[in-house]
Structures are given as C-alpha cells and as structure tokens.
Design a protein around this ligand. Sequence first.
Ligand SMILES: Cc1cc2nc3c(=O)[nH]c(=O)nc-3n(C[C@H](O)[C@H](O)[C@H](O)COP(=O)(O)O)c2cc1C
Length: 213
Amino acid sequence: MVRPVERLFSSGLFQNRCKPGMSHVRGTGTSLREAAGFAASFANRLTSDSRVTGGSFENRIRFLLETIDAIRREWRADLPLFVRISATDWVEGGWNIEDSVHLCRILKERGDVDLVDYSSGGNDPAQRMPSYPGYYQVPFAERLRGEAMIATAAVGLISAPEAAEEIIANQRADLVTLGRILLFDPYWPLHAAKALKSNTVSWPLQYERANIF
Ligand SMILES: Cc1cc2nc3c(=O)[nH]c(=O)nc-3n(C[C@H](O)[C@H](O)[C@H](O)COP(=O)(O)O)c2cc1C
C-alpha cells in the first residue's frame, strides 16, 4: 500500500506541481485526509496479521506517517507542510477527537508537520453531526492545539469577520481557513478588514473608488 505512494511522490509528478513561489503544501482531499481517514478502525478493516497497515492504532496511522515521510523527502525542508485530518467520524466507535489528539501528539513529536487542519465526518452514513450552522468544528482546533501543542487551523463555516478575529485573538487556533464564504463573497478579506477597522489591508488601486462604504 505504501510503496506506490512513495513512488508517486518521487516520480517527478509532485515536483512538477511544486511551482516556484509556493509557500506551503497541504495534503488534503484524496491524499492526506484520506490517508488519515484510513486510520479509523471501522473504515480500515484490514487485520493486523494480514497487513502492517491495519489492526492497532499504530498500524492504522502507518499509511499516513509513511505518506508524510514520502512528501517530506521531496518537499523543501524550509517550507511548511500542513496535514489535514478528519477530526472525528461523528460515529459511535469510529475515529474520534481523542484519536486525533493522540495522532497529533505523534506528529508533534516527529516534528515534520507544521500545522494540522481538519474536516470531519463523511465516512459513515450513521454519522450524527451537531446542528447546522455554528462554528461547530472550532473546538477541535482548540483541543488539538492545547493537548498536542501543535499549530492548528480552524475551519468550517466560519464567515463573520468578528468570529475569525475572536478565534485568533483568543488563541483558539493559529490560522483560520475559509472556503464557501469566499465563494459567496470573493471580496471577504477587504470587507472583513473594514468591519474590523483594520488599516493594514490595501485595496487594489482599481477598486479604490468603491472604498467609501
Ligand atoms: C461539497 C464539499 C465537499 C468537501 N469535500 C471535502 C473532502 O473531500 N475532503 C476534505 O478534507 N474536505 C472537504 N470539504 C471541506 C472543505 O475542504 C473545507 O474544509 C471547507 O469547505 C472549508 O470550510 P468552509 O467552506 O465551511 O469555510 C468539502 C466541503 C464541501 C462544501
């Protein structure tokens, strides 16, 4: 299972995607989050005696750790590597936040991952997630940061500038990442800077005449 992944990262495909000027790489989507999702015992039904990647916690996280090793061998050591995990499956008996803390302590000790962010759920139809909307995932950033002492990014339906500011100001996370709100309002950073009365963000010259509201 791991060897083809190693080959992929050393095959030149990864290097070709690493353009000059790239500031960090985040393993997510079908790469590291799914590698992390592979650590959930109900998703990974391999048994410990059939493979070294199934069974115990240590075996189930091996795929993720060896993928990180493979990326680190190719990615510049002076640039950060972010890892996305699934913080919880929201399923009784599935991967949970305690498992995530355990994993993040291991990542912290290894020292080769600079920041962890997360998504959650999506691995089992029996999942029970808290009611929408709310900043329901922010407590995960707090726990991973506080208990594993690893830098985290808070993510998930964060939309109000004041909420983003509060998360950073109260050191609940080291970074806030935004998705859908930027699709809804591509000028969110400019609008947020205004709402927070920040004068550190400059508007593009072409837009300055609209900077009156
Ligand atoms: C339709 C949809 C599909 C998503 N699929 C994934 C996924 O496969 N893996 C993942 O880590 N996150 C996934 N996410 C979460 C996003 O990567 C991202 O964390 C989230 O959209 C950012 O938060 P926000 O959009 O709530 O601000 C998905 C989000 C949406 C809306």
